[in-house]
Design a protein around this ligand. Structure first.
Ligand SMILES: Nc1ncnc2c1ncn2[C@@H]1O[C@H](COP(=O)(O)OP(=O)(O)OP(=O)(O)O)[C@@H](O)[C@H]1O
Ligand SMILES: [Mg+2]
Length: 249
């Protein structure tokens, strides 16, 4: 791609290319931009909090709204890569690129990838602190999915500590909890709310409920809104994407 760019620039300078040829070459240029895209990392050292579910859905929502999105699977388990593969096997169209990058070099690679995207979404791993640290050095916004129980909020303390450490170097790093798997028709319990109130970051108002369509769609390489357009799950993800965009403004 760089080669095409260099050739086009040389042709334009020398005036040797016809306007048509230049136009064709321009269309092939990668859309590099001066302002890099935003990097959003879904992180929680606790396993099963909903990082992959929310990362694939948030990336999908942003992509369907017309943004250029890349998802980096920073989990050695490769769940987001599996999701993308299942999608291809099932003949579903490609919504956004998913690349495996479970390396401590994430903080060097992600900003480069962000030069050609509007959003880079990182699906973080459970447990591996070195990868989480690397993701934190690249991220503009960290979302910490938690289930609505005091225990799950407390279990995210390691992540909270890592974010506090990262903020020493990157004071502009933003962070928020995202309540995931709230039981439909209930409000989150007093204990969980108290545990959240004690945290240094707020929880987004946009909460994601426990819904079978999330589990089914991820297993099938789809998004909830593709399985059931305009369903409540799709509305929740749209609200989450809206909240994320507002935080990044
Ligand atoms: N809102 C939801 N409703 C129903 N099921 C959910 C929801 N969120 C997550 N799940 C299910 O919970 C399980 C764990 O979710 P997910 O894989 O997204 O978590 P994770 O944080 O990425 O896990 P890991 O730490 O292992 O990477 C999956 O089976 C997923 O389908
Ligand atoms: Mg995961």
């Amino acid at each position: 791609m760089e080669f095409t760019r260099a050739r086009t620039e040389a042709a334009q300078k020398s005036g040797s290319a016809s306007p048509e040829a230049v136009r064709t070459a321009e269309i092939r240029l990668p859309e590099r931009q001066d302002r890099p895209g935003k990097v959003i990392a879904l992180l929680n050292q606790k396993g099963g909090a909903g990082k992959t579910t929310l990362a694939t859905h948030l990336a999908g929502e942003l992509a369907m709204a017309g943004s250029r999105v890349t998802l980096l699977d920073a989990d050695p388990q490769g769940s987001a890569l599996d999701w993308a593969q299942r999608r291809l096997q099932n003949g579903q169209g490609r919504l956004y690129g998913v690349f495996g990058l479970a390396r401590d070099s994430l903080h060097q690679e992600a900003p480069q990838i962000a030069l050609e995207a509007d959003y880079v979404v990182i699906d973080g791993p459970p447990r591996v602190a070195s990868l989480a640290r690397s993701a934190l050095l690249a991220a503009d916004l960290v979302l910490i999915p938690v289930q609505p129980s005091a225990y799950d909020v407390w279990a995210s303390h390691e992540m909270v500590t890592l974010i506090a450490e990262a903020r020493v170097f990157r004071p502009q790093l933003r962070a928020a909890f995202v309540i995931n798997r709230r039981v439909v028709g209930t409000v989150i319990g007093r204990e969980a709310r108290a545990a959240l109130a004690d945290q240094p970051f707020a929880a987004l108002h946009a909460e994601v409920s426990q819904r079978i369509v999330f589990a089914d769609s991820v297993a099938a390489g789809r998004l909830a809104c593709e399985a059931a357009p305009k369903c409540a799950a799709a509305r929740e993800i749209a609200a989450l994407a809206q909240a994320v965009q507002e935080m990044l403004q």
